[in-house]
Design a protein around this ligand. Sequence first.
Ligand code: ADP
Length: 151
Amino acid sequence: MKRVAIFPGSFDPFTKGHEDIVLRGLKIFDEIVIGMGYNSQKANRYFEIEYMEEKINDTFRDVPEVSVMVYNELTASLASKIGASAILRGLRNTTDFEYENSISQVNRDLNEKLETIFLITSPELAAVNSSIIREVHRYGGDVQKYLPYTL
Ligand code: ADP
Protein backbone atom coordinates (compact mmCIF):
# COMPACT_ATOMS: atom_id res chain seq x y z
CA MET A 1 0.00 0.00 0.00
CA LYS A 2 1.30 3.39 -0.98
CA ARG A 3 1.58 5.90 1.84
CA VAL A 4 -0.02 9.09 0.62
CA ALA A 5 -0.02 12.40 2.50
CA ILE A 6 -1.78 15.62 1.75
CA PHE A 7 0.11 18.86 2.37
CA PRO A 8 -2.64 21.47 2.69
CA GLY A 9 -2.20 25.21 2.71
CA SER A 10 -2.96 28.48 1.02
CA PHE A 11 0.48 28.71 -0.62
CA ASP A 12 -0.01 32.39 -1.38
CA PRO A 13 2.76 32.13 -2.47
CA PHE A 14 4.38 28.67 -2.30
CA THR A 15 7.86 29.24 -0.81
CA LYS A 16 11.19 27.50 -0.35
CA GLY A 17 9.96 26.70 3.19
CA HIS A 18 7.03 24.76 1.71
CA GLU A 19 9.30 23.06 -0.83
CA ASP A 20 11.58 21.92 1.98
CA ILE A 21 8.67 20.34 3.88
CA VAL A 22 7.50 18.49 0.74
CA LEU A 23 10.96 17.14 -0.13
CA ARG A 24 11.63 16.03 3.45
CA GLY A 25 8.13 14.54 3.60
CA LEU A 26 9.11 12.21 0.76
CA LYS A 27 11.43 10.41 3.21
CA ILE A 28 8.29 9.30 5.05
CA PHE A 29 5.62 9.15 2.33
CA ASP A 30 5.52 7.56 -1.13
CA GLU A 31 3.35 10.32 -2.53
CA ILE A 32 2.54 13.86 -1.48
CA VAL A 33 -0.45 15.78 -2.80
CA ILE A 34 -0.12 19.52 -2.28
CA GLY A 35 -3.68 20.67 -1.61
CA MET A 36 -4.22 24.33 -2.30
CA GLY A 37 -7.37 25.26 -0.47
CA TYR A 38 -9.74 28.12 -0.87
CA ASN A 39 -10.42 28.97 2.74
CA SER A 40 -13.04 31.44 3.80
CA GLN A 41 -10.68 33.96 5.41
CA LYS A 42 -8.26 33.84 2.51
CA ALA A 43 -10.70 34.02 -0.40
CA ASN A 44 -8.94 37.17 -1.55
CA ARG A 45 -5.65 35.79 -2.63
CA TYR A 46 -2.68 37.89 -3.68
CA PHE A 47 -1.35 35.38 -6.22
CA GLU A 48 -4.05 33.75 -8.35
CA ILE A 49 -4.66 30.15 -7.49
CA GLU A 50 -4.24 28.88 -11.09
CA TYR A 51 -0.96 30.79 -11.43
CA MET A 52 0.37 29.28 -8.20
CA GLU A 53 -0.76 25.80 -9.26
CA GLU A 54 1.32 26.20 -12.43
CA LYS A 55 4.37 27.39 -10.45
CA ILE A 56 4.12 24.45 -8.04
CA ASN A 57 3.86 22.08 -11.01
CA ASP A 58 7.01 23.68 -12.47
CA THR A 59 8.82 23.28 -9.16
CA PHE A 60 8.15 19.53 -8.99
CA ARG A 61 8.17 18.69 -12.70
CA ASP A 62 11.02 16.20 -12.11
CA VAL A 63 9.48 14.70 -8.98
CA PRO A 64 6.61 12.42 -10.04
CA GLU A 65 5.74 11.56 -6.42
CA VAL A 66 4.50 15.11 -5.89
CA SER A 67 1.30 16.54 -7.35
CA VAL A 68 -0.84 19.59 -6.72
CA MET A 69 -4.58 20.05 -6.60
CA VAL A 70 -6.94 22.88 -5.79
CA TYR A 71 -9.77 21.98 -3.43
CA ASN A 72 -12.77 23.56 -1.83
CA GLU A 73 -13.89 21.19 0.92
CA LEU A 74 -12.71 19.90 4.27
CA THR A 75 -9.12 18.68 4.20
CA ALA A 76 -10.30 15.60 6.11
CA SER A 77 -12.83 14.73 3.37
CA LEU A 78 -10.32 15.33 0.60
CA ALA A 79 -7.89 13.02 2.40
CA SER A 80 -10.34 10.10 2.39
CA LYS A 81 -11.29 10.80 -1.22
CA ILE A 82 -7.69 10.58 -2.45
CA GLY A 83 -6.64 7.77 -0.10
CA ALA A 84 -4.31 9.89 2.04
CA SER A 85 -3.63 8.53 5.52
CA ALA A 86 -1.89 11.64 6.80
CA ILE A 87 -1.78 15.39 6.70
CA LEU A 88 1.68 16.88 6.47
CA ARG A 89 2.33 20.29 8.06
CA GLY A 90 5.37 22.39 8.86
CA LEU A 91 6.07 23.97 12.25
CA ARG A 92 8.12 27.13 12.55
CA ASN A 93 7.37 28.46 16.00
CA THR A 94 4.93 28.44 18.91
CA THR A 95 2.34 30.47 16.96
CA ASP A 96 2.23 27.69 14.34
CA PHE A 97 2.06 25.16 17.18
CA GLU A 98 -0.98 26.74 18.88
CA TYR A 99 -2.94 26.75 15.64
CA GLU A 100 -1.81 23.34 14.42
CA ASN A 101 -2.54 21.74 17.77
CA SER A 102 -6.26 22.50 17.54
CA ILE A 103 -6.67 21.95 13.85
CA SER A 104 -5.03 18.52 13.94
CA GLN A 105 -7.39 17.44 16.72
CA VAL A 106 -10.42 18.62 14.77
CA ASN A 107 -9.19 16.84 11.65
CA ARG A 108 -8.88 13.59 13.57
CA ASP A 109 -12.38 14.06 14.99
CA LEU A 110 -13.65 14.46 11.44
CA ASN A 111 -11.75 11.46 10.10
CA GLU A 112 -10.42 9.11 12.76
CA LYS A 113 -7.99 7.43 10.36
CA LEU A 114 -6.22 10.68 9.67
CA GLU A 115 -3.01 11.54 11.53
CA THR A 116 -1.16 14.83 11.18
CA ILE A 117 2.60 14.61 10.85
CA PHE A 118 4.65 17.72 11.64
CA LEU A 119 8.10 18.52 10.38
CA ILE A 120 10.07 21.22 12.16
CA THR A 121 11.27 23.89 9.77
CA SER A 122 14.86 23.92 8.58
CA PRO A 123 16.50 26.78 10.54
CA GLU A 124 17.63 28.68 7.44
CA LEU A 125 14.00 28.76 6.23
CA ALA A 126 12.27 29.50 9.52
CA ALA A 127 11.76 33.17 8.66
CA VAL A 128 10.32 32.48 5.21
CA ASN A 129 6.70 33.45 5.51
CA SER A 130 4.09 33.86 2.76
CA SER A 131 2.45 36.95 4.26
CA ILE A 132 5.75 38.82 4.58
CA ILE A 133 6.64 37.83 1.02
CA ARG A 134 3.31 39.28 -0.16
CA GLU A 135 4.03 42.58 1.60
CA VAL A 136 7.54 42.85 0.18
CA HIS A 137 6.28 42.03 -3.31
CA ARG A 138 3.37 44.47 -3.07
CA TYR A 139 5.82 47.33 -2.48
CA GLY A 140 8.18 46.28 -5.24
CA GLY A 141 10.81 44.40 -3.21
CA ASP A 142 12.65 41.40 -4.60
CA VAL A 143 11.24 38.14 -3.25
CA GLN A 144 12.78 35.75 -5.74
CA LYS A 145 15.28 34.27 -3.30
CA TYR A 146 12.43 32.95 -1.14
CA LEU A 147 10.75 31.12 -4.01
CA PRO A 148 11.72 27.82 -5.68
CA TYR A 149 10.49 29.01 -9.13
CA THR A 150 10.70 32.18 -11.18
CA LEU A 151 7.74 34.50 -10.68
P1 ADP B 1 -2.12 27.97 5.96
O1 ADP B 1 -2.87 29.12 5.37
O2 ADP B 1 -2.91 26.71 6.03
O3 ADP B 1 -1.36 28.25 7.21
P2 ADP B 1 0.36 28.20 4.50
O4 ADP B 1 0.41 28.19 3.01
O5 ADP B 1 0.68 29.49 5.16
O6 ADP B 1 -1.06 27.66 4.83
O7 ADP B 1 1.31 27.08 5.09
C1 ADP B 1 1.13 25.71 4.84
C2 ADP B 1 2.00 24.89 5.77
O8 ADP B 1 3.37 25.16 5.55
C3 ADP B 1 1.77 25.16 7.26
O9 ADP B 1 1.89 23.94 7.96
C4 ADP B 1 2.89 26.09 7.63
O10 ADP B 1 3.21 26.02 9.00
C5 ADP B 1 4.00 25.51 6.78
N1 ADP B 1 5.08 26.48 6.50
C6 ADP B 1 4.96 27.71 5.99
N2 ADP B 1 6.17 28.32 5.86
C7 ADP B 1 7.08 27.41 6.32
C8 ADP B 1 8.51 27.43 6.48
N3 ADP B 1 9.24 28.49 6.16
N4 ADP B 1 9.10 26.32 7.00
C9 ADP B 1 8.34 25.26 7.35
N5 ADP B 1 7.00 25.18 7.22
C10 ADP B 1 6.38 26.23 6.72
